[in-house]
Design a protein around this ligand. Structure first.
Ligand SMILES: Cc1cc2nc3c(=O)[nH]c(=O)nc-3n(C[C@H](O)[C@H](O)[C@H](O)COP(=O)(O)O)c2cc1C
Length: 169
């Protein structure tokens, strides 16, 4: 048992980033959380080994995309190969759409997306915490009945190769 696994399951997200000329990248992340209501902040924890780390450090922007369970294969792929070597949008067939406030794309097949502008980055051991101000957000029509009632099944990471979803009780 790795100690970190005690903090799982964690919701899986797809973090997108963009270089000039609409060169997009996407990576899977399970270490992501809301951090402040006012101002609205969210945090992603990303290793400096990731291409995404290099892009966010350069551009100061990223989007947190929320996939449903149907995107499991995309999540696995985007969490196992680097955008340094392949175009993961092309390989997976997911569709980038323009957000309102940042150049990083929203993934059309996702349920929701948070457009973030980096306020601060903090070294945290072998990862960096990118603290992002949520400049805008998007949800697919009909997926939320209200702020708490979801009509989709989110993907949660248990650790290793294992995933689950949730059921309201
Ligand atoms: C379920 C899952 C969760 C992951 N969570 C993170 C994470 O929170 N932070 C991180 O740095 N890498 C995480 N990874 C690893 C990256 O997604 C992976 O190294 C990816 O290939 C990096 O892509 P890039 O080099 O194109 O940025 C995770 C992978 C998986 C499969």
């Amino acid at each position: 048992m790795i100690a970190h696994r005690l903090l799982h399951p964690q919701m899986v997200v797809l973090v997108t980033s963009a270089l000039p000329e609409e060169k997009y990248n996407v990576m899977t992340a399970a270490w992501c959380m809301p951090a402040s209501f006012n101002p609205p902040l969210a945090v992603v924890s990303i290793s400096p080994l990731r291409y995404t780390h290099e892009i966010i450090s350069k551009t100061g922007e990223f989007v947190i995309n929320i996939p449903g369970v149907e995107l499991l294969d995309v999540v696995k792929y985007c969490g196992s190969v680097s955008g340094r070597n392949v175009d993961k949008f092309e390989k997976t067939g997911i569709t980038p759409i323009r957000g309102k406030k940042v150049k990083a794309p929203i993934i059309k097949e996702c349920i929701a997306a948070l457009e973030c502008i980096v306020e601060r980055s903090v070294n945290a051991g072998d990862h960096t915490l990118f603290i992002g101000r949520i400049a805008d957000y998007w949800t697919r029509e009909g997926v939320f009945k209200d702020a708490y009632t979801m009509r989709f099944r989110p993907l949660l990471h248990l650790g290793g190769e294992r995933y689950c979803t949730i059921q309201e009780i």
